[in-house]
Write a protein that binds this ligand. Structure first.
Ligand code: ATP
Length: 663
């Protein structure tokens, strides 16, 4: 493996050497460093191992490197480490690649949905747990992996839980095969033709499984894996002082604002990380911080607010990981996506109001919604663990100590509080349930929500798969339209050019086609790739389209197109017949239909819930009688987003099993 050295000026060389030295020192000082040999030995001896160690002890970044050095990647095998969140997989992989003195995507890489930064050379692979589940569909024995490390297992996301069940099965099959001296192709038989090349003909080695967390109920996991061995890693690198409020805080947003300024004005240098429950809270707090900072004397007004939440384009998410300019204090406003695994440069102070937005599923109405609830002790611990990673830190909990004692130990597993359609499909497709419906199997292989996968299959039958592919790609990325505050009117006017009076889906198709046409034009003019890229960039700027989201949509489009072609679906277009396309949208999304009520609100037909059209929809003002929608967001009200006008009679015609009534 090549290592890198700095070329150029002696100054650069020095800087580079200093950085390498810093990293070596830092790694050595981690608590986990002193137990490297023991952990590798335990991993050799035990097929399943549970590792519990405090936040910041070095589990996520170091263990995979110990295993690599311990020989677990011989024969080209890979160590896979799963994370519940994309941002953790991305940032931790970057850090570990740097620690290994290698480029990201070579020895160390990450793979998350629609973003793969790995190569054939990758041996340490960070990924989301959902991604590994999908890989298991293509390679049921996960044959390229020697070890799977399930990190942050305490989070108990649906994907983690399903993955643990699946890994137990995979371990069993590989252990059996290994005992019988079989090779992987023997075990896979003829039912799967997707064996990993690297394993062909090699002995089927057992799969090692390591489950890690800072706050794990080790016994429950150990029991599940037949009394698996648990190892505790003692100690943390730096202390974190925990402070509580004397009184209950009636308004946690206001209390967060006050605490940010208290820290800013009274504490020493160091950046602040505050946990909020969602985008709206983050945006309004960001505004309030800047407003208040303006009232301070110039020498203390230097604050840089950087938000991080899941629907923020990932380029902007990464801003939170950058250092603030000298003399400026960085304030990161985050949802719980920054709660586990990540290390954010500069953070010394953490503010934890103790609340989180969580998914809740009502099996009676069939509706999934997001509600704000108190965090669990495990979550509070993780949040405080984001301080004290580069030096001693402080965590301000905006509740009383007595309240902390009342928190539940760990969050109710997500599997108990969400809509399980996706998981059930995946499980069925993985053969965990006997009944594998051929459509379900096809759907589970697409990296999409079941409703979108079904939409593609339906649209292929109705001959408008091309248009549906565009819609699904555009809905799979962050916001396509871009409205800078200072140019709202111009942005609105530009958007008008794409708008369809039939709704948002066709509007998205119009944007995609116009962008594709712009690319086509420069291609016809024999432009080089760079020039084409520039032309598209300019086009996006002129039309107030988010260039990154659009490129992402192109990328998603080509990936899904590859899948649907493999599935043998008919890639036809309905051309300009938008009635046909709206009928197709109805057939696909009939479960999300809503009728206008006399007061201008809507009623979701499947659930009877009262909902409003979202202001971002092109149908916000026209308010047609009947619509289908793609998203229900609950903020101050229930809003439906991404709408298309439909004829209510189509519902009974196209989804008679659901809507046909006697009259
Ligand atoms: N991107 C980074 N930049 C600087 N230091 C980092 C970075 N990532 C990790 N570190 C350092 O490595 C230490 C260990 O991080 P690591 O994520 O391995 O710990 P962990 O035990 O997995 O913690 P957690 O349970 O909180 O994820 C951090 O406390 C920090 O000092």
């Amino acid at each position: 493996m090549p290592s890198f050295s700095a070329r150029g000026s002696p100054h650069k060389q020095q800087q580079y050497q200093r950085r390498r030295q810093e990293i070596r020192q830092q790694r050595k000082s981690l608590p986990i460093a002193s137990v490297e040999k023991r952990l590798v030995d335990e991993a050799r001896k035990n097929d399943t191992l549970i590792i519990v160690g405090e936040t910041g002890s070095g589990k996520t970044t170091q263990l995979p490197q110990f295993l690599y050095d311990g020989g677990f990647c011989q024969d080209g095998k890979v160590i896979g480490i799963t994370q519940p969140r994309r941002v953790a997989a991305q940032t931790v992989a970057k850090r570990v690649a740097e620690e290994c003195n290698d480029q990201l995507g070579r020895k160390v890489g990450y793979s998350i949905r629609f973003d793969d930064s790995t190569s054939n050379a990758t041996r340490i692979k960070y990924m989301t747990d959902g991604l590994l589940l999908r890989e298991a569909l293509l390679d049921p024995l996960l044959s390229k992996y020697s070890v799977i490390v399930v990190d942050e297992a305490h989070e108990r996301t649906v994907h983690t839980d399903v993955l643990l069940g699946l890994l137990k099965k995979v371990q069993h099959s590989r252990a059996n095969a290994s005992k019988n001296g079989k090779t992987l192709p023997d075990v896979l038989g003829h039912s799967q033709n997707l064996t990993q090349k690297s394993c062909q003909g090699s002995r089927c080695a057992p799969l090692k499984l390591i489950i890690m967390s800072a706050s794990l109920d080790a016994k429950c996991f150990s029991d599940y894996f037949g009394g698996a061995k648990a190892v505790h890693v003692q100690g943390r690198q730096y202390p974190v002082d925990i402070l509580y409020t004397y009184q209950p805080e009636p308004d946690y947003l206001d209390a967060t604002l006050v605490t940010i300024f208290q820290i800013h004005l009274e504490e020493g240098p160091g950046d602040i990380l505050a946990f909020l429950t969602g985008q709206e809270e983050i945006e309004s707090l960001e505004r309030l911080i800047y407003e208040r900072a303006r009232l301070l004397p110039p020498e203390s007004s230097k604050i840089w607010v950087t938000p991080i939440y899941s629907s923020l384009p990932s380029e902007q998410q990464m801003n939170a990981f950058k250092s603030a300019p000298a003399g400026t204090r960085k304030v990161v406003l985050a949802t719980n996506i920054a709660e586990t695994s990540v290390t954010i440069t500069g953070i010394k102070y953490v503010i934890d109001p103790g609340m989180v937005k969580a998914r809740a599923y009502n099996p009676v109405t069939g509706m999934e919604s997001l509600i704000i609830i108190p965090v669990s002790k495990a979550q509070a611990l993780q949040r405080s663990g984001r301080a004290g990673r580069e030096g001693p830190g402080k965590c301000f909990r905006l509740f009383q100590e007595s309240e902390f004692d009342k928190l539940v130990d760990s969050t109710v597993p997500e599997i108990k509080r969400c809509n399980l359609s996706n998981v059930v499909l995946q499980l069925k497709a993985l053969g965990i349930d006997d009944i594998i419906d051929p459509v379900g199997h096809q759907m589970a292989r697409l990296p999409l929500d079941p409703m979108y996968s079904k939409a593609l299959i339906v649209s292929s039958e109705l001959k408008c798969l091309e248009e549906m592919l565009i819609v699904v790609s555009m809905l799979s990325v962050e916001s396509i339209f871009f409205s800078p505050r200072e140019k709202l009117e111009e942005a609105r006017a530009a958007r008008k050019g794409f708008e369809s009076s039939e709704g948002d889906h066709i509007t998205l198709v119009n944007v995609y086609r116009a962008a594709a046409e712009c690319l086509e034009k420069s291609k016809n003019a024999n432009a080089k790739e760079k020039t084409m890229e520039k032309a598209l960039n300019r086009w996006c700027r002129e039309n107030f389209i988010n260039h990154r989201s659009l490129k992402h949509a192109f990328d998603v489009h080509s990936q899904i197109q590859g899948h649907v072609q493999q599935m043998g679906l008919n890639l036809s277009s309905c051309g300009d017949d938008m009635v046909l396309f709206r009928r197709c949208l109805t057939a696909a999304f009939f479960l999300n239909a809503a009728m206008r009520q006399p007061d201008g609100s809507y009623r979701a037909l499947a659930t009877g819930q009262s909902v409003q059209t979202h202001p971002s929809s092109v149908l916000f003002r026209t308010k047609p009688d009947c619509v289908i929608f793609n998203e229900l967001v609950r903020t101050t009200q229930n809003y439906i987003k991404n709408l298309t006008r439909i004829d209510p009679l189509w519902l009974a015609e196209l989804a008679p099993q659901y809507y046909a009534t006697e009259d």
